[in-house]
Design a protein around this ligand. Structure first.
Ligand code: PAF
Length: 288
């Protein structure tokens, strides 16, 4: 439960000109700047990233932009939860220095035709299920980093494939920013926090934490030598029995290159999954 205790909202900036005036003054004063990109509908998971950013820098920018380019046809762009005033109040309570909520034209000006695409890492898992999604993410993240020019940018491990793609993006384009990962924030029953959890019915909400449990069981099994395909199949069965409507994938992959691991796991690895309860698609992952 988020506690809103301070009425003093951070300044909300919508244009690149205003943004650069404020951040330029910080940089002139040798302040280290952190950026936490979000699509709003803030929950404790986002706040844990803001706290992490605060430990890395003296000024923290949170960006809020529901990015149409990363939603596919038939996805929830229109209905995605939006409450900027509440988000600003929540941020006031955790010490954010600037809320960058760009106008659509600040991100996609008239005539915009450029797309930033990361190859390879985007071909499977979320990339296979949601064609075009990652190009939308990497384009907007590249723009937000260029516009805010932070020293560090913080992303959650919940979207683990996205995190590795953004690391690759920053390395390949020599973006002068350090990408920092925040651990997954969970409800007490283990469900990874997500703005989309709000769509779960009470019945689906009781089933949802099984995703984390199944991942933990399989990750522990792999850690003691059970081959990846066997542990993945066991985890899939746990989810089917629990009542998940579909399991899009459960895959053990190398922790940094996301290369698929086929036998006994012997390198730093991550087990990643996406599964559906009705119209809600839950993502989660666990270290092996
Ligand atoms: O993880 C998210 O919320 C979004 O993909 C991001 C990184 C803010 C880009 O729109």
């Amino acid at each position: 439960m988020i506690n809103i205790c301070s009425p003093q909202s951070p300044p909300i900036v919508r244009s690149i000109t205003e943004l650069r005036a404020l951040t330029g003054a910080w940089r002139a004063a040798d302040q280290r700047v952190a950026l936490v990109p979000t699509m709003g509908a803030l929950h404790e998971g986002h706040l844990s990233l803001v706290h992490l950013a605060r430990r890395q820098a003296s000024k923290v920018i949170v960006s809020l932009f529901v990015n149409p380019a990363q939603f596919g046809p038939g996805e929830d762009f229109q209905s995605y939860p939006r409450d900027e005033a509440l988000d600003a109040q929540i941020l006031a309570a955790v010490g954010c220095d600037l809320l960058y909520a760009p106008s659509p034209a600040a991100i996609y000006p008239p005539g915009f035709v450029t797309t930033v695409t990361v190859g390879g890492l985007t071909d499977f898992m979320e990339g296979a299920t949601r064609p075009g999604h990652f190009s939308g993410v990497t384009t907007v993240v590249a723009k937000l980093i260029i516009q805010c020019a932070p020293d560090v940018a913080v992303f959650g491990e919940k979207d683990y494939q996205q995190l590795q793609i953004i690391r690759r993006l920053a390395a390949d384009l020599d973006l002068p920013v350090e990408i920092i990962a925040g651990p997954i924030a969970r409800d007490p029953d283990g469900l990874a926090l997500s703005s989309r959890n709000a769509y779960l019915t009470p019945q689906q909400r009781t089933i949802a934490p099984t995703l984390n449990r199944a991942l933990q069981v399989a990750a522990r099994a792999m850690a003691v030598g059970v081959p990846a395909p066997v542990a993945e199949a066991d985890a899939r069965r746990i989810l089917e029995v629990a009542g998940f409507d579909a399991v899009d994938y459960i895959e053990a992959r190398s922790a940094d290159t996301l290369e698929r691991l086929a036998g006994v796991v012997s390198v730093p690895a991550r087990l990643l999954a996406a599964a559906r309860l009705g119209r809600v698609r839950l993502l989660d992952n666990a270290p092996i």
